[in-house]
Design a protein around this ligand. Structure first.
Ligand SMILES: Cc1ncc(COP(=O)(O)O)c(C=O)c1O
Length: 381
């Protein structure tokens, strides 16, 4: 177990991830497999740790955005199928093949170049762009050409065909349906069905039965967060947030009425006030826009006052608290709760972004129930 010597840490409740994965698995038909997206360091939760508990809880496969992320998992000993969802330069095709990592293909030119470097079998998934406008073939004709190129080389093994929904998390499902129909029209020309046809992300998997096919790719719901606020009332099972963020008071003082706090002196004490310092700042992913956001101490909400610095910020206390007192930035204290969605709203963004930007400087403490099972400090790796 890694050590850490600072007073700020992320807690990841592995039981929550396990329960989210089990609930998703049980929600799916028997013949639909579950692929868990662990890109971006498992949405900030730790890619290896998430992958391990997800595979134990019903997931069959994993997805990353980058070949590097997939190789990292292989180097940690993960043997389950891994699909890289993003673009990998074709000259790295053999590296993927060596690690038995599946790549996403959508360009005939890519196939032509990859062919020249491949000396062993590479599993590939063809990506269809049905309306996301990001990656993928956009016409049936392009798909046909690509299928033929892939088929012509013995080293390509067509493992999957997929698409990605752009608006499955919106109340109005018309764009979802439009994409689904387009994907179905693409599939009509596929004569030899690969192992996995797949389309649905968390939102689509949770809401729609008609897009499940052979496999779903679930990211955000694995971590216990809703794909969007719009669909909270439609969730078929409760999602359990796995991540919480904590720190401790490092300094406490009474300042006189009129005293200024932090860079630029944007906060002035309205009376004699207790001010606490906490060791988290924008370099940890706790952005300056969070000035004014509440944190929890002693089960109550108190505000961040003054500008957030790179490594620290200040909070206004209702009374003196001892140095070392627990402060929760995301999570529960007593009856009070600060959600990732609350932070996202304050930042004018989505929950996905909040958890992805929590930086590598924050040690991750993994728990099963109350027991700490693993501590990871990226600074020592
Ligand atoms: C291609 C693809 N599939 C699946 C996912 C997982 O999506 P979600 O986290 O909304 O479940 C993503 C995430 O962005 C993605 O890019």
């Amino acid at each position: 177990m890694d050590e850490f010597y600072r007073e700020t840490w992320i807690e990841v409740q592995l039981d929550a991830i396990s329960s989210n994965v089990k609930n998703m698995y049980n929600h799916l038909p028997n013949d639909t497999d579950l692929m868990v997206a662990v890109k971006a360091n498992g949405y900030g939760h730790g890619a290896y740790e998430t992958a391990t508990i997800a595979l134990e809880s019903g997931a069959t496969a994993l997805a990353t955005a980058l070949l590097d992320e997939a190789i990292y998992l292989r180097k940690q000993g993960i043997t389950a199928p891994i699909l890289v969802l993003g673009y990998v330069p074709p000259n790295y095709a053999q590296i993927a093949a060596d690690y038995n990592i599946s790549l996403t293909v959508f360009q005939k030119e890519w196939v032509d170049t990859a062919k020249t470097v491949l000396t062993s079998s590479l599993p590939v998934h063809i990506k269809c762009d049905t309306g996301m406008g990001r990656l993928g073939v956009r016409t049936v004709r392009e798909l046909e050409e690509l299928l033929n190129s892939v088929k012509r080389n013995e080293f390509f093994h067509l493992e999957g065909i997929f698409t990605h929904f752009a608006a499955a998390d919106e109340q109005n499902s018309s764009y979802y349906l439009q994409q689904l129909r387009k994907f179905q029209s693409f599939l009509e020309i596929v004569k030899e069905k690969p192992r996995w046809i797949h389309a649905s992300n968390s939102a689509a998997s949770l809401r729609f039965a008609d897009g499940l096919f052979d496999l779903v790719r679930s990211g955000i719901s694995t971590y216990g967060l809703t794909p969007s606020i719009d669909i909270v009332s439609e969730l078929p099972f409760p999602l359990q947030p796995a991540l919480s963020l904590h720190t401790r008071l490092t300094h406490v003082k009474k300042v006189a009425k009129g005293a200024k706090i932090s860079y630029g002196g944007t906060y002035t004490a309205k009376e004699d006030e207790w001010i606490g310092t906490i060791p988290i700042g924008y370099a940890d992913g706790w952005l300056r826009l969070l000035q004014g956001q509440s944190v929890l101490i002693d089960g109550i909400r108190v505000p961040i006052v003054g500008r957030i610095c790179m490594d620290q910020c200040m909070i206004k206390l209702p009374q003196k608290y001892p140095v070392g007192s627990l402060v929760t930035l995301i999570g529960n204290q007593g009856e009070e709760h600060i959600t990732v969605n609350e932070i996202a709203e304050k930042l004018g963004t989505i929950n996905y972004e909040v958890i992805c930007i929590l930086s590598h400087r924050l040690p991750r403490v993994y728990k099963k129930g109350k027991k700490i099972v693993q501590i990871k400090n990226e600074l020592f790796r």
